[in-house]
Ligand binder design. Sequence first.
Ligand SMILES: [Zn+2]
Length: 144
Amino acid sequence: MAATSTKSREVIYGGRIIGAKIRAYGAREAAQKAVREADRAAAELWSIQMEAHGGPVQPSPTIAQCLSGGYGWLQVKCHRCETEASIPLEHVRRPRDTPIWKLEAALKCQSCRTPRYSPRVHMIKLTMQREIAPYKWVHPSEDR
Ligand SMILES: [Zn+2]
């Protein structure tokens, strides 16, 4: 009668296992969604403060948090010639856990830079879409 016993165990536990699986997957999905929402909120907060008051620059979200939150573009402006550019965070060759503020020091304006002088840029805000025409900025990792 082993077969009957297996069968009844399936009946007893089958539904509970399926239910628990659904809850486990659902909870994981909800947690991932909550993380994305938290990332988005952090990126948005930082961006609004930057745009409104120019800071605080630190602390800032990381590249990963901006991307996760849907803010894929960092808008910057040259101190000297005032050229603005949108930098695609997805293509920044820095570790994903790098805070956004650390990118500022590494960015140089290509429009007005000379071999001797690299104009600094400042960050304006994060955006979800590219708002400024193609980026002509020396990439952080190309300027060594
Ligand atoms: Zn410039």
